[in-house]
Design a protein around this ligand. Structure first.
Ligand SMILES: Nc1ncnc2c1ncn2[C@@H]1O[C@H](COP(=O)(O)OP(=O)(O)OP(=O)(O)O)[C@@H](O)[C@H]1O
Ligand SMILES: [Mg+2]
Length: 183
């Protein structure tokens, strides 16, 4: 009988070593708004991953990460930067919600075509209640319906699967520096 994989309490600084960056790797952070993706992207960037984020591009274009206009243009810039990073065989961190399967698969295909064999999906299983609470408290508040919708997609039919890449589940730990990780 196979042994059930246990969650392990981990410091956020240990995440990049867990994922590994010795070969070209693409990491998708998957989670609804306010699930904590950008917060854990910081230690991953320190660990050598190049962060690509639509919010950061919105900040560059409009001076406001919360400006959701021109979505197609923002996505096109993201894809352009992603393709450039793939050509350079960088370790890439995609810090977007990534809650829908089809767009995820399109980005995974690009990585596979560029010769990447290592794809990881860090699934932020932050409870919906926690996301809603964190969302309310921060400066860039996302409409609550969007948090609910993306959460439902991620845990429902759009849930990442092993066929997409290595699944790493992350749940909030006892403090902001720790996560319960199942890999
Ligand atoms: N482990 C944690 N404990 C407490 N607060 C946290 C934790 N992780 C993130 N937060 C807080 O929750 C809020 C949302 O976090 P963050 O910006 O990382 O979410 P996100 O998933 O990147 O959201 P978005 O998709 O909207 O960019 C922030 O105010 C952040 O400080
Ligand atoms: Mg973010």
């Amino acid at each position: 009988m196979s042994k059930a994989v246990q969650s392990k309490l981990m410091h956020v600084d240990e995440l990049s070593a867990l994922i590994g960056n010795s070969v070209p790797t693409v990491v998708f952070l998957v989670g609804p708004p306010a699930s904590g993706k950008s917060t854990i992207s910081e230690p991953l960037v320190k660990g050598g991953f190049k962060r690509l984020s639509m919010d950061a591009i919105r900040g560059e274009l409009f001076g406001d990460e919360g400006n959701v206009s021109q979505g197609a243009q923002v996505k096109a810039i993201l894809v352009e930067r992603y393709e450039e990073a793939l050509k350079r065989k960088e370790c890439i961190l995609l810090d977007n919600t990534n809650c829908q399967k089809k767009p995820r698969e399109a980005l995974i295909l690009k990585a596979r075509e560029a010769g990447y064999e290592s794809i990881a999906l860090v699934v932020m299983l932050t409870p919906l209640k926690t996301c809603l609470k964190r969302n309310k408290k921060r400066s860039r508040v996302v409409p609550e319906d969007m948090v609910r919708l993306f959460h439902a997609q991620m845990v429902g039919k759009e849930k990442p699967t092993e066929s997409e890449g290595r699944i790493i589940e992350a749940r909030p730990g006892p403090d902001a520096q720790h996560l319960f990780v199942k890999a």
